[in-house]
Design a binder for this molecule. Structure first.
Ligand code: PLP
Length: 366
């Protein structure tokens, strides 16, 4: 897998080397089921600060094997036969099978662009219809899964959208994936399970270190599934991520904080590729968060999988057809988009820009 040249890749690697060189035999043995103490302690300190409340490291944090295991524990631990779960499209593929094996039923609502196709927009211009969302809530609704920043769109749900969702959720538990604002809204701590992933945060997807936080009462169900599914996470990897988080905690909000530099770095990569796409007369949906963006294809001939295959073969650019993130009902609305990743080395982005210029010339003859 290609490296992304984001600074903390090396900090995480250095932390792991420190762990492996430490001669501390305990770090090679099983750790506690709810999470390696150093790891859950630093997460509790971090979220206590960010959420402005005391987060208990033992009962309100659970470490997991990536966000994937956190999703497995959250859905199978909290969804029962007959429950309904609302999913916002585009969505990550694991939600539906997990809901189904728990005996639940997924209900869907799609984010749709409010601008017409000829206008340039950002991911914030992709919205859900609030009346349609309200109509999905029934007495069987147990949860809504919210992925923000959304993969693949890069949408960051804003405060008014989160407040609307929170108000609809007040009568149920609610899962929130990959971000933490919903849990901080009034009355939402008791209803929100929030999932994070070191793979995403520190650009180390292969490490598979994740975590969940939420009220002790909600987390109990997840802890039981985790205990009997995997028992514990990986001690040395959790120790290494704890070291990186401890460093971050000591410089939170400062210019040298990774969270600050990452945001700047991602913004500059995003702005670079958007500028090049516009110069090549292409139409990206400018992402407000995450690592991905949608590109609109103007071709009537090539759509969806065909278009991404065509791009790979003839242009040398690898994208993902976003229809894989939609239900059959809505797939055809999004056949003219491709998802690309922009968290790449500068030289890779420059190569992509040159390729896009060549593509623009051949595109005219397509
Ligand atoms: C929305 C979303 N959820 C969960 C995951 C899985 O994360 P992890 O690799 O930490 O298991 C991903 C990975 O791409 C993702 O995009």
């Amino acid at each position: 897998m290609e490296q992304t040249d984001v600074a903390n890749e090396t900090e995480a690697e250095d932390a792991l080397l420190e762990v492996l060189n430490s001669n501390n035999a305990v770090l090679h043995q099983y750790t506690k089921s709810n999470g390696h103490p150093r790891f859950v302690n630093v997460l509790a300190k971090l979220y206590s600060k960010l959420l402005n409340r005391d987060v208990n490291p033992q009962s309100e944090i659970l470490s997991t094997l990536g966000a994937s295991e956190a999703l497995f524990c959250a859905i199978t631990g909290l969804i029962d036969v007959g429950d309904e779960v609302i999913i916002i499209e585009p969505y990550f593929d694991v939600y539906v099978p997990l809901i189904k094996i728990s005996g639940g039923t997924p209900r869907f609502i799609a984010l749709k662009p409010k601008l017409n196709e000829s206008e340039l927009g950002s991911s914030a211009d992709w919205v859900f219809d609030s009346k349609e969302l309200e109509g999905l809530f029934t007495e069987k609704t147990r949860a809504i899964i919210l992925n923000t920043p959304n993969n693949p769109l890069g949408k960051v749900f804003d405060l008014s959208e989160l407040t609307l969702i929170a108000n609809l959720c007040k009568k149920m538990e609610c899962f929130l994936e990959l971000e933490h604002f919903l849990a901080s809204l009034p009355g939402m701590w008791e209803r929100t399970v929030t999932i994070g992933s070191a793979g995403k945060t520190f650009c180390a997807t292969g490490w598979k270190v994740g975590w969940v936080y939420g009220s002790a009462q909600l987390l109990r169900g997840l802890q039981i599934v985790h205990q009997y599914a995997v028992f514990t996470g990986s001690t040395p990897l959790e120790e290494a991520i704890a070291i990186v988080f401890e460093k971050e905690l000591s410089r939170l909000g400062q210019d040298e904080s990774y969270f600050v530099t990452l945001e700047k770095e991602l913004k500059s990569k995003r702005d670079y590729i958007v500028k090049k796409l516009l110069e090549a007369h292409m139409k990206p949906t400018i992402p407000d968060g995450g690592f991905f963006y949608y590109l609109h294809s103007e071709s009537d001939e090539y759509k969806d999988f065909q278009f991404t295959k065509w791009l790979t073969k003839n242009v040398g650019l690898q994208g993902v057809p976003p229809t894989v993130f939609y239900t059959d009902k809505n797939k055809q609305l999004f056949e003219n988009y491709v998802r690309f990743c922009f968290i790449k080395k500068q030289e890779t982005l420059e190569k992509a820009a040159q390729t896009l210029n060549k593509f623009n010339a051949s595109h005219i003859e397509m």
